[in-house]
Every structure is written in C-alpha cells, then in structure tokens.
Design a protein around this ligand. Structure first.
Ligand code: NAD
Ligand code: GLY
Length: 369
C-alpha cells in the first residue's frame, strides 16, 4: 500500500492556533520544523523506551535550527507522571542555561506529552513547545488541545495547566514499534469519538477494525485524522472546558477511578477508559437515555479492539463504595456531586449527575473478581 499523503488539521484558537501534521516520515525531517520561531536552544523530553528508538533522529533534524539541542530522558510510565519527573525537566533546562525562547519537544506518548506541556507552561512562566506524539493515544487525543498535567496520589491529572503547543507532528511510522496492548489502549480514545460526536465514524471503525489492528497505513491515517478533526472541533469551541469539552471525557470518570484505585500503571489509561465507556453506557441505559442495542454495539466494538469490558474490583467489600469515593474527586464533580458524561442518543453526549443507587448497580454489574 502506498503511504498516505500529508494531511493537516487546524486547531482554531485565535492567537493560540496551530496545526497537526499527519503522515509517515515526518518527525525526523527538518522541513517539519521550518516555521517554528528561532531560538538558541531546544530541549527534547523523552523517556527510557522512546528515547533509544527515536531521540537521536529528532536531535539530528533539529540541529540545523538550534545551536544547542539537549535531550532529557525520563523514567517510563504512568507511575512516573510526578513532581519528581517534572523536576528532571527543570533541572535540564536550568543546568543548560536554557532561556525563555527555548523550544521544548515532547517525544513520546501521553505521559511525556502531558509533563512536557506542563513544564513548558511553567518554565520562566511559559516557553514554546511542540508535541511529537509516538503512541496512537497521544496522536488522537493527548497531544491536541493543550491539557497538561501530572498525577497526585489522590487523583489523576490533578495538577496542571491549559497550555497549547506550537505544532503537533503525528508521524504514523512511529506507531510501527508500539506494542499491541498500547495500540488497543489508543483505540479506546478513537472509539470514544463515535458515540459522542460521529456515528458514521463509529461504523467506519467497525468495518475496518482488522485493518486498524494490522496497522495498515491508510487505516491509521484515517483514524488519526478524523479523531483530530473531532477534537479540534470541540476544543475550538471550548478550550478550557467550561461546557462542551467535557464530552471528551466519556468513560473517563469510571476510568480514572480504575486507574487511581488499582494504582497508576496497573491498567493502561486507554484500557481503563475503554471499560469506563462500557460502564457509562450502562448508566445511560439505566437512565433511559439509550437502548440496549446501542450499549451492546459499543461494548462489542471495545472488545473487538482488544480492550477489557469488565472492571476490576477495587476492594473486597463495598467495591461500588470505593468507586464512588474515587469518582467524587473527579475534576467534573461539583460540591461532591459526580457529573457523568452520558450518551443521550447515538452520536450525542451530555453531562449529568445520577443517583448513587443506580451507579452502584452499574458497578456491581460491570465488575469481576
Ligand atoms: P504512555 O505515554 O505511557 O505510552 C505508553 C507506552 O508506550 C510507554 O511505555 C511508552 O514508553 C511506550 N511508547 C511510546 N511510544 C512508543 C513507540 N512509538 N514505540 C514503542 N513504545 C512506545 O501512555 P499513552 O497511552 O500514550 O498516554 C497516556 C497518558 O495520556 C495518561 O497519563 C493520560 O492521562 C494522558 N492523556 C492526556 C490527555 C490530554 O488531553 N492531555 C488525553 C488523554 C490521555
Ligand atoms: N482528553 C480530554 C480532553 O482533552 O479534554
């Protein structure tokens, strides 16, 4: 199959607008970076898995533009999305005399991207940064839209900032080295866009799941582009989540409880979101917002993507109570009342509270020992 042509998706945010470039052979091509502002230094932030695969090639691509290109390698994984890792970025910036024009490059998945963005938002009160996402999840979701954060032991992504990148470079070739489990995790965020915004896209994913799992370039190009378009449409209307943007958190309220309750890194973020979408769909069903055929269709697709559809028990007794405790810490909660993203018709989402007894029934039904 021929490799797909370059595609670009625009994020329209007035003076914070930028573009997402999507194709193979992009991240190590100096032409990808020509329109970035000039600076003396660039700092590549990566991790111990992605660094050895790609950092040297990015370093070479940036060398013509920056007199100094430094690479900082963070420990890998969600458990390291912490203050300590963030400080390693500040240590590197300060020890290399990086000034306020220094451009940061996030080379990795969502963990590296979220931490690099937060470091860029706060170093010298804000320096430019570029996202070079190397997981499917990061290409279709986390690198776009400017949410940056680290975790707190009591809650996920609790400390962070809205801060937009200058550009996003989605190099589809980097997905070739991604473990299959990580590809499936990324598919959770791809599938998400169907029920909340575009049922035609959901049907397309259903029809092309084999090609996607086989990483056919045209299939990957399509899901990355369409996901970015939908995210751009949402973020363009509600950058700081005062309303609409919350729909992008479909499945995340239950999912974040799974991640925090089991301990970060036990389940992948995308796995928790996949299972969380099943729970949120079941809750929508119990509230009379969707029918059982819709819930079964979505559950089947999530399973087809290689994702869990049954949640873990977070403690032996009163498991549902533990989920509720964790979900009350969700960023969408108001005065301790949990707000769920629910589906109120195929392709349409809403934010609403639900009675605890219904939520408990859903959790009891959806969890296994
Ligand atoms: P991740 O960053 O941990 O990457 C997954 C794993 O794949 C890691 O081990 C990583 O080292 C490895 N990896 C990355 N690229 C690779 C490649 N090309 N080849 C081989 N291995 C590779 O996880 P993720 O799923 O990318 O991101 C999850 C994070 O994103 C979570 O912390 C979540 O909260 C965050 N997130 C943020 C947003 C947002 O809007 N900012 C949205 C969704 C998720
Ligand atoms: N991934 C959720 C958001 O960007 O709002």
């Amino acid at each position: 199959m021929n490799s797909p042509d370059l595609q670009t998706v625009a994020i329209d945010l007035a003076d914070r607008s930028y573009s997402i470039a999507i194709r193979g052979s992009l991240f190590d091509n100096p032409l990808s970076y020509v329109e970035l502002p000039g600076a003396h230094s660039a700092l590549i932030v990566t991790n111990a898995v992605v660094g050895p695969l790609y950092a040297e090639r990015l370093q070479k691509a940036l060398a013509p533009r920056y007199a100094q290109v430094v690479t900082v390698v963070l420990p890998d994984g969600e458990t390291f999305k912490t203050w300590e890792s963030l400080n390693l970025i500040f240590d590197a910036l300060l020890s290399h005399g990086c000034d306020r024009k220094t451009v940061l490059f996030a080379l990795g998945g969502g963990v590296v991207g979220d931490m690099t963005g937060f470091a860029a938002a706060s170093y010298m009160r804000g320096v430019p940064f570029v996202q070079v996402p190397t997981t499917l999840l990061a290409q279709v979701d986390s690198s776009v839209g400017g949410k940056t954060a680290i975790n707190h032991p009591l809650g996920k992504n609790m400390i962070g900032a809205f801060y937009q990148p200058l550009k996003v470079i989605c190099d589809l070739d980097t997905l070739k080295t991604l473990p299959q489990r990580e590809l499936s995790a990324g598919l959770a965020e791809v599938i998400k866009y169907g029920p909340i915004a575009d049922m035609d896209f959901l049907a397309w994913i259903e029809a092309h799941m084999d090609a996607i799992l086989a990483r056919e370039p045209a299939a990957l190009a399509h899901i990355v582009r369409r996901s970015c378009e939908i995210k751009a449409w949402v973020v363009g209307q509600d950058e700081r989540e005062s309303g609409l943007r919350a729909i992008l958190n479909f499945g995340h309220t239950f999912g974040h409880a799974i991640e925090a309750g089991l301990g970060y890194g036990q389940w992948l973020h995308g796995e928790a979101v996949g299972c969380g979408m099943v729970m949120a769909a079941q809750l929508s069903l119990r509230l009379g917002l969707v029918d059982v055929f819709f819930v079964n269709r979505l559950t089947h697709l999530i399973q087809q993507a290689g994702l869990p559809v049954k949640g873990p028990r977070l403690r032996p007794q009163d498991n549902a109570g533990r989920y509720l405790e964790l979900m009350r810490l969700d960023k969408k909660s108001e005065a301790g009342e949990i707000k769920f993203v629910l589906i109120d018709g195929p392709g349409r989402a809403c934010l609403q509270a639900a009675p605890d007894d219904l939520v408990r029934k859903v959790i009891d039904q959806c969890c296994v020992d």
